[in-house]
Design a protein around this ligand. Structure first.
Ligand code: B16
Ligand code: MG
Length: 212
């Protein structure tokens, strides 16, 4: 086996919360009178909450103090958390679940490496609350992707050296973070076009071909 552990990004890899992020940022932007659309929302993929707010505010003509920015991010998160309540195990595809089970059956350790502070809640909603061996997320990092911190912490939590780990990512910033961590990466979705990953996946279960 080429790897001992696989570290999965959550949003855009295991499940999709893009639309909920969009609705919550859109509600905040409307309140502020700021233009916001799906194209801007796509730029927020894999980006931390506060960095996302800065992108949303690029079209804001007023001034916001740091306290007001924190309050705005909290407001967005409250709307987002409420929307996440609609998620259920039906939001986890059979293909993703079966592939995870097959990887585990090969003896691989499985971890999450997500920028989100809501990662554990999302995993609970989709029925994977107790599934992963370790979780590294927005609650245990100080620097966001493309910084390697979230993946280095995941490897540390798994007690594996970085070069025994493969990262699965849907965002360019995540592929860059994997490289900076000294880890191979598998790109899926949007991340494929950056051309920087070790493997490019057409579909999730292609991952099975990357590990042995
Ligand atoms: P939160 P990932 C990322 O998750 C999302 O892709 C990104 O859009 C979001 O801004 C970020 O988490 C922070 O999320 O506001 O829930 O802490 O792709 O790294 O799993
Ligand atoms: Mg992602």
């Amino acid at each position: 086996m080429k790897y001992k552990g696989i570290i999965f990004d959550l949003d855009g890899v295991i499940c999709s919360t893009d639309h909920y992020h969009y609705l919550a940022w859109k509600a905040l932007a409307d309140e502020l009178g700021v233009y916001f659309d799906e194209t801007i929302n796509n730029r927020l993929r894999g980006v931390s909450r506060m960095a996302s707010l800065e992108i949303v505010l690029e079209n804001y003509s007023g001034q916001m103090s740091p306290e007001e920015k924190t309050a705005a991010a909290e407001k967005k998160n409250a709307i987002y958390r409420q929307l996440l309540g609609q998620m259920s195990p039906a939001d986890l595809s059979d293909e993703v679940k079966q592939t995870l089970d097959q990887l585990r059956a090969k003896g691989l350790l499985l971890a999450i490496g997500s920028s989100s502070k809501n990662a554990k809640y999302i995993l609970e909603r989709i029925g994977l609350g107790d599934y992963f061996d370790r979780i590294s997320d927005g609650t245990n990092i100080t620097r966001s992707k493309p910084d390697p911190e979230v993946f280095l912490k995941a490897a540390e939590f798994l007690a594996l050296p970085p070069d025994d780990c493969l990262v699965v990512e849907d965002a360019k910033a995540g592929i860059e973070a994997a490289s900076a961590a000294g880890m191979d990466s598998a790109a899926i979705g949007d991340a494929v076009s950056c051309g920087l990953a070790t493997y490019n996946l057409t579909r999730f279960n292609d991952l099975l071909n990357c590990v042995d």
